[in-house]
Design a protein. Structure first.
Length: 192
């Protein structure tokens, strides 16, 4: 039996939860990369569900900003209830729960605000945080890059959708391998 990975190691399907932050309709026009980020978050959500990784979805002030966009919501488990929040860090929201997991794979909007503050708080709480760089977005590329750099300096692991999903699968012998492989092929940049 292999010893537990050090912080910053591989994602483990028995230890990880997916945290999907604020992919809401009100942000669509504000973020130039919104469609790409939503697509990446949808693939992560679908893959996590196929692998059996718990998912936490947050919505920032949904009364004013709307709910999770349809292209993401349709990939979520039907019984999943989003966590409403008004604070930028999802960890401060009532109902935010990683189901006892000590790793969080984080994606969503905006990189330098809600994603950043959530990741910093997860790290402060002793949670190993991984951020899917191709599944986070900000209104400007500069803010996205600054947010990713800040989280990485604080100890987060910056990863990608494909890397994260294959780490969670562990191997081609995983029961969900074929389904997740199909998602990755669908997600590949040249597939659109």
């Amino acid at each position: 039996m292999r010893a537990q990975q050090p912080a910053g190691g591989k994602l483990d399907p028995e230890r990880a939860a997916l945290v999907l932050i604020d992919v809401q309709e009100a942000f669509r026009k504000a973020l130039p990369s919104f469609d790409e980020v939503a697509r990446a978050c949808a693939v992560l959500a679908d893959g996590a569900a196929q692998i059996g990784v718990p998912i936490v979805v947050t919505e920032q002030y949904p009364k004013g900003l709307g709910g999770t966009v349809a292209e993401v919501a349709e990939r979520l488990p039907a019984d999943l209830e989003p966590v409403d929040k008004v604070r930028f860090s999802a960890t401060e929201a009532q109902g935010f729960d990683l189901a006892g997991r000590d790793q969080a794979l984080v994606c969503g909007i905006e990189t330098h605000v809600c994603v950043n503050q959530t990741v910093l708080d997860l790290l402060a709480d002793g949670i190993e945080a991984h951020v899917a760089a191709d599944a986070v977005g900000s209104r400007t590329e500069a803010n996205r890059e600054l947010g990713l750099a800040k989280m990485e300096r604080a100890g987060a692991v910056v990863t990608s959708v494909e890397t994260a999903l294959f780490e969670l699968l562990r191997g081609s012998d995983a029961p969900a391998f074929k389904r997740v492989q199909a998602l990755v092929i669908e997600y590949a940049p040249n597939a659109s």
